[in-house]
Ligand binder design. Structure first.
Ligand code: MN
Length: 435
């Protein structure tokens, strides 16, 4: 696990004034990586680093000679896969160089200032070529709540507390924040019907997750043990795994979700590195009465600080709210520390059979519902399967998502003695179904 170092010092200030506003997601202690260009331009996509309300254009910074070396060059490319492949050491050295160059009084200020692009003028793309995408199911609260609805007599299957459950998803439909996509069509079987119908999804839902980007690869046939697992993680972003519950209910047995999941998934533009998250580690344990993880899923470091204290929320703004100028309303609030399996355990389990992870692979955590109803992170839980609508400002209700709804995910970390850091936003909007 990356240690604390001078880049985490809460006293650090930047010559980028907006980075010193205590409310920013991107103070000098964060320095997340993304890929951007100026909105509406034909400029090449290139890597950038968020600082306050600005972006350090890494291609410009390398060209100007302010940042040098292989990691800086890799961070300037149109995908971050090569930076990820270098492992945590080079990324950490680059983070230190950026931290020094962005500090108040840095001699690089004048040169680097010319390499800033305002975030308000930027557009983003998915920051890595995602070769493979795996979605886990690491919230026991989500698994129990969902299980009650699909299998009232048998909500939590017996493997759950032993196996970090996951399935292989599809990466081609993962897009960046701002994604707008049509309501999916698919087969669903209405209660009491004798045959399914092909029609637009009627039970469209969100899943508030985190997306864990794999850094350095492991060779095929070479499992990654718990003590090395985190060194194969580059960083984490917000992730909305949109889900079509009516399609899912009909198709999911026996091989799991398929077309109910692969029509769209939305990522936030910025990847917050594991190093930036170092001040926000928490102890991790299964409840004493639960099975303890098998040895390949356990380590002293994971017990001491395998968890991550990341506050998460989802907000909704309907088309009518948007027209009325009503601010988005919170649907739920949770914390990543409630997860039943850690990011390290996802890596150790995924590779225990010799499966090779590659730079830029994405591991979804699964819906990160917490222990209470208001910390449930999907409408299927918040409305108890559609029975209890969510009340919205202006008198509207929602059971499932409707056309024109915009959902925003946010995440941030806050702790005494550390600078607050955030993840930015993950925004997506539902369009009417294709005809
Ligand atoms: Mn999911």
């Amino acid at each position: 696990m990356p240690p604390l170092n001078e880049t985490h010092d809460p006293q650090l200030r930047s010559w980028v004034a907006s980075a010193n506003d205590g409310a920013t997601d991107f103070p000098i202690q964060n320095l997340p990586f993304g890929v951007f260009r100026r909105q509406g331009s034909q400029e090449p996509w290139r890597g950038g680093v968020a600082i306050g309300d600005q972006i350090v254009d890494m291609a410009a910074a390398v060209a100007a000679g302010v940042l040098t070396g292989d990691a800086a060059q890799a961070a300037a490319e149109s995908t971050l896969n090569r930076l990820m492949s270098l492992g945590q050491g080079p990324a950490s050295s680059l983070r230190l160089a950026l931290s020094k160059a962005l500090r108040s009084g840095a001699t690089q200020e004048a040169t680097l200032k010319a390499c800033l692009v305002p975030q308000a003028e930027a557009e983003y793309t998915v920051p890595a070529r995602i070769g493979d995408y795996t979605d886990f199911y690491t919230s026991v609260h989500h698994a129990t709540n969902i299980g009650k609805q699909f299998r009232p007599d048998n909500p939590l299957l017996p493997n759950y507390k032993w196996v970090p459950i996951g399935y292989h998803g599809r990466s081609s439909s993962i897009r960046v924040s701002g994604q707008q996509f049509p309501r999916p069509r698919g087969q669903s079987m209405a209660p009491g019907a004798s045959a399914p119908e092909l029609k637009p999804c009627a039970r469209l839902d969100i899943e508030l997750e985190m997306g864990v980007f794999v850094g350095s690869a492991n060779e095929l046939g070479t499992p990654v043990g718990m003590d090395q697992a985190e060194s194969h993680i580059f960083g984490i972003a917000l992730f909305n795994d949109w889900s079509a519950r009516d399609i899912q209910g009909w198709e999911y047995q026996p091989l799991g979700p398929f077309l109910s999941k692969n029509f769209a998934s939305t990522l936030s533009p910025w990847i917050v590195t594991l190093e930036a998250l170092a001040p926000f580690r928490t102890p991790f344990a299964h409840p004493a009465d639960d099975p303890q993880p098998l040895p390949y899923l356990a380590s002293a470091a994971n017990s001491a600080q395998g968890g991550l204290d990341i506050e998460l929320e989802a907000l909704i703004q309907t088309a009518r709210m948007r027209e009325a100028g009503t601010a988005p309303a919170r649907l739920c609030k949770t914390n990543y520390r409630h997860a039943y399996w850690t990011a390290a355990q996802m890596v150790a389990h995924h590779t225990v059979n010799g499966c090779n992870l590659q730079p830029g692979d994405l591991l979804g955590t699964g819906t990160l519902s917490g222990p209470t109803l208001d910390s449930a992170c999907a409408l299927i839980e918040l409305t108890t399967g559609g029975k209890n609508p969510v009340q919205l400002p202006g008198g509207e209700q929602r059971v499932w998502l409707e056309d024109g709804d915009t959902v925003t995910l946010r995440g941030w970390c806050q702790r005494q003695g550390a600078a607050r850091i955030g993840f930015g936003e993950c925004v997506g909007t539902i369009l009417p179904a294709l005809g």
